[in-house]
Design a protein around this ligand. Structure first.
Ligand code: HEM
Length: 484
């Protein structure tokens, strides 16, 4: 039932509260929010619309999915929105780095890393991406010969980690995988503050959970310290982001970055950069494996444009269907499914009063699955992103009998928007497009029976329990190995 309440703001103006489920507590406790978060957020959007007011545990929260309202929060009035209480869990593992800070603290960090993410700089190094993909494809040869089902999810994380290390860290991060991966697995769960007692106890209480937390934090710190020390001693690459951080001056302190600040920045790039891209790769290959028509059309485009050779960054411009396949995967399975903010001052979103100090959630998953915006939102249909559809409405327009609408910038925002838009977007898209092209050129993946996959809302949208496929060679023998 919709609750419509009118309130009077501090200057005596009457404003309507956003609709919402009412009552003081929606989920009883944050832990129940965790159980089926994606369904809850999507249903709230469908039932109450683009701006929804609710209580989550003790917190007043507004969920925002209407494109105008998302633009307001991420772009037009972004100064009024800070990382806030939901980011506190992230501090445990990311430290105070580019993702978790605001204002000048954030600006100085972003400025150091920015040159590494320029499209031209990335394009010039696309062979690093394709070489790393090639190594993975070679590792899949025994799977293709045996025909046995294989879970490719971890391989995608492994690939993303390999590319990230070579492109940014000046070392192959996979060298540290045995230590890093258990720490990542633990931290992805622990970063989401669910209100469980084990998370609420003070840090000094010696519980088994706190001991594990400290151990994994220490591992992440130790590995980053080793990479920094390697660069200090002249090892590593002089062109890496590590070297740039060692040379940079901090805008706020006027001093060089401290070891702790450099470490936080590296943890941020590592954690934000590999798991997201790994999930996106796994979901895209899963979607292609499930849709033979998509795979056939993509294979035909790749054969026509590339004729079996390894793609370059420039080739991607001539592969519109490949780009559409990746874009549609990021719509249906957005790796970052929610971004939270806290309001600094009172605000009006979509005409609704939003008080200072409350939380605004932008659930990109619910926005990307909004039936008012997307025709058949649960269907995987790359055609939506093909040039023939460019500028057309996303809701099917006349075909569905609805009033056609032009696509809005904030109908689709897998990488966020405004000044805090993902710094790694161009790297992630380059990786995704080149890797997907190379997998499809060389192999055919088919979903293994009895291995259903469910999107699970951890820090990123994980395919769980995993993407299990049969791998076989694609096409005639001469297409399996691209010419040198
Ligand atoms: C498919 C892959 C990726 C997706 C879907 C993704 C998504 C996002 C989104 C939605 C945000 C904004 C969050 C917010 O506004 O609260 C973000 C921020 C960020 N991403 Fe990504 N990301 C991806 C890959 C990467 C890569 C490869 C890197 C680095 C190597 C990276 C580093 C970052 C950083 C550092 C931020 C914080 C930026 C800031 O606050 O200034 N991401 N990402």
């Amino acid at each position: 039932m919709r609750h419509r309440t009118t309130i009077t703001d501090p200057v005596g103006k009457r404003q309507e509260q956003a609709p919402g489920p009412g009552g003081s507590v929606l989920f009883g406790a944050l832990s129940s929010f965790k159980k089926d978060t994606l369904r809850l957020l999507t249903e709230l959007q469908r039932q109450y619309g683009g701006v929804v007011r609710m209580k989550m545990g003790p917190y007043l929260v507004h969920q925002v999915t209407d494109p105008e309202a998302v633009r307001h929060v991420l772009q037009d009035n972004a100064r009024n929105y800070v990382r806030g209480r939901f980011y506190r869990g992230f501090h445990l593992f990311f430290g105070r780095g580019m993702l978790t800070t605001d204002g000048a603290e954030w600006r100085t960090r972003r400025a150091v890393s920015r040159p590494f993410f320029h499209r031209a700089a990335l394009r010039a190094r696309s062979a690093t991406v394709t070489d790393t993909v090639e190594e993975l494809l070679d590792r899949w040869e025994p799977h293709a010969r045996s025909g046995r089902p294989v879970d490719i999810t971890d391989d995608m994380m492994w690939l993303a980690m390999g590319i990230l290390g070579r492109m940014l860290f000046g070392v192959d991060l996979r060298r540290y995988a045995d230590r890093l991966l258990p720490a990542v697995r633990f931290s992805l769960k622990a970063m989401i503050l669910t209100g469980e007692v084990k998370q609420m106890l003070p840090r000094w209480v010696p519980t088994a959970y706190q001991r594990r937390l400290k151990r994994h934090q220490r591992t992440l710190n130790d590995v980053m310290d080793e990479i920094i020390d390697l660069h200090r001693r002249g090892g590593g690459s002089p062109d890496s982001v590590v070297a740039a951080l060692l040379k940079a001056t901090h805008e706020v302190t006027g001093e060089p970055f401290t070891q702790r600040q450099i470490r936080a920045e590296l943890k941020t790039l590592f954690l934000a950069g590999h798991e997201t891209t790994g999930c996106a790769l796994a979901w895209t290959l899963y979607a292609i494996a499930r849709h033979d028509d998509v795979r056939t059309r993509l294979d035909a485009e790749l054969t026509t444009v590339l004729g079996g050779r390894v793609p370059t960054a420039e080739d991607v411009d001539d592969l519109p269907y490949l780009r559409a396949v990746v874009d549609e995967s990021l719509r249906l399975y957005p790796p970052i499914w929610l971004f939270p903010r806290d309001t600094v001052a009172d605000d009006r979103i979509g005409g609704h009063h939003v008080p200072a100090g409350s939380t605004v959630l932008v659930p990109v998953y619910a926005a990307h699955h909004n039936p008012a915006v997307w025709d058949d939102p649960e269907t995987y249909a790359p055609e939506r992103f093909c040039p023939a559809h460019a500028g057309q409405g996303t809701n099917g327009g006349t075909r569905t009998g609805r009033t056609p609408r032009q696509r809005d910038r904030y109908d689709y925002f897998p990488f966020g928007g405004g000044a805090r838009k993902c710094i790694g977007m161009d790297l992630a898209l380059l990786e995704l497009r080149l890797a997907v092209a190379m997998v499809v050129q060389r192999y055919r993946l088919q979903p293994a029976a009895d291995h259903p996959v469910r999107p699970t809302a951890l820090v990123s949208l994980r395919p769980q329990p995993g993407v299990v496929v049969h791998i076989s060679h694609n096409g005639p023998a001469e297409r399996k190995t691209p010419p040198a």
